[in-house]
Ligand binder design. Structure first.
Ligand code: UD1
Length: 419
């Protein structure tokens, strides 16, 4: 079991370059199954979720060749329309994108019930609703999801709630369907736009991704091509909040500044500073103790749930009493108990957490409970006085490439040890 050992109270300064977006990449990889040809995917983050996805695709007969540190070639010319391995697919949430992709390519899909970080119940009723609207039969039980159809036919899909996963799955299933599909109340996250752009590059006909109405006209076939994954909005936001939490000064390169607007607005409201250097670089700095703010997580362009815990670290030492309302995942406040071990005063009840800002955190042994909680604890450890020991790094490795190296380059004293 690996651990991070952090000797804290360091002010982070310098430059960091952001990798490709995990949340886009875990949908683009299964989307290659819809292509009859070879795709080159660049700017792919080197993280464990991507490695598992590549291993799953290989079991389906996909040939994957690493042609650079962050570039792979994916040959989906000959695939086997067999069940996806249940043990592997049930390990993480994004395996459910195999259903939309395999339905499109093979007209049948069998995938393990999605696992991943323990953020709360993970219903998939909206995914099933989309597949059924396009003519598939969906059965859920015995730890797996099965979807089959003779053919997929375009239709109207109106989602009851805004779901990133269901929106992407509906797009995947509709791309090769016969006729027109219109998705209403679609999610608008940057990674949805990125998956649509990947499919459009390969010959799909999709309009409106990034708005709440997406129109897909089915095409007969997708061809191969090259695509570069969008920069990771959440990784960029993690470093922005690390700058504020450590009263530091970080220049964040290779990000899409527009995607970070909901966070930049909050950082400025706290009295810290964000300067856009051009469309792909941001400087964030903080000279004094940030002021209290209230946050409510919402679908994009609201404040992202994936930055809630990193923001929680900032609020733990902000001046005054702040409140976070988590409206996406019910179990996303587990990190607050760990921060309280470090001297924070946070009271989390259900969807709401109240942060009584303290002057300073101190180091303590803590455990990551999910991917973003893990990133938050690293930031807390770097800001805190003394030594912090973080366990359960497997969560952090799922979604951040070389996070310890990147923080070290900014001045953190963090090392990874294997026990
Ligand atoms: C969600 C986040 C995404 C984040 C990811 C991992 C939103 C809208 N989505 O995406 O930004 O990167 O978690 O933290 O912020 N739901 C249903 N039925 C369904 C599907 C979802 O009720 O069929 C509910 C979920 O329980 C959840 C909400 O809808 O409360 C949003 O879920 P969804 O967007 O699908 O989750 P992810 O795609 O995992």
């Amino acid at each position: 079991m690996d651990k991070f050992i952090i000797n804290g109270k360091k002010r982070l300064t310098g430059e960091v370059t952001i990798n490709g977006a995990k949340n886009a990449a875990v949908a683009i990889l299964p989307a290659t199954l819809l292509v009859n040809g070879v795709c080159t995917i660049e700017n792919l983050p080197n993280i464990s979720d991507i490695n598992i996805y590549c291993d799953i695709l290989k079991t389906l007969g996909v040939k994957i060749t690493q042609i650079g540190p962050n570039t792979i070639e994916v040959d989906t010319t000959k695939i086997s329309c067999i069940d996806a391995p249940l043990d592997m697919t049930s390990k993480f949430r994004a395996s459910y994108y195999l259903i939309g992709a395999l339905l499109g390519r093979c007209h049948r899909a069998v995938v393990g019930m999605p696992g991943g970080c323990q953020l709360g119940a993970r219903p998939i009723d909206q995914h099933a609703k989309a597949f059924e609207a396009l003519g598939a039969t969906v059965e859920i039980g015995q730890g797996k999801i099965q979807a089959t159809t003779d053919k997929l036919i375009g239709n109207s899909i109106y989602f009851d709630i805004v779901s990133v996963g269901a929106t992407i799955n509906a797009i995947l299933a509709a791309v090769l369907a016969e006729g027109v599909t219109v998705i209403e109340n679609a999610a608008k996250e940057p990674h949805i736009v990125d998956v649509a752009n990947f499919l459009i590059t390969m010959g799909a006909d999709i309009h409106g991704a990034g708005t709440d109405i997406i129109k897909i006209t089915g095409v007969k076939e997708l061809h191969g091509g090259s695509y570069s994954v969008v920069p990771d909005q959440i990784e960029a936001g993690t470093f922005m909040l690390a700058a504020v939490a450590t009263r530091g000064d970080i220049t964040i390169k290779n990000c899409i500044t527009k995607h970070l607007d909901p966070l930049s607005a909050k950082i400025e409201e706290m009295g810290a500073h964000v300067e856009e250097i051009n469309g792909d670089t941001l400087r964030v700095w903080c000279d004094e103790r940030p002021k209290k703010v209230n946050i409510k997580t919402l679908p994009y362009p609201g404040f992202p749930t994936d930055l809630q815990s990193q923001m929680g670290v900032v609020l733990a030492t902000a001046e005054g009493t702040s409140m976070i309302t988590e409206s996406i995942w019910e179990s996303r406040f587990q990190y607050t108990a760990e921060l309280n071990k470090m001297g924070a005063q946070i009271n989390a009840q259900g969807k709401v957490a109240i942060f009584e800002g303290v002057e300073e955190l101190y180091g303590a042994p803590v455990a990551a409970s999910d991917l973003r909680a893990g990133a938050a604890l690293i930031i807390a450890g770097i800001a805190a006085n003394g030594i912090t020991e973080i366990s359960h790094l497997e969560y952090i490795d799922r979604g951040y490439e070389k996070i310890d190296e990147k923080f070290r380059a900014l001045g953190a004293d963090i090392k990874r040890i294997t026990e």
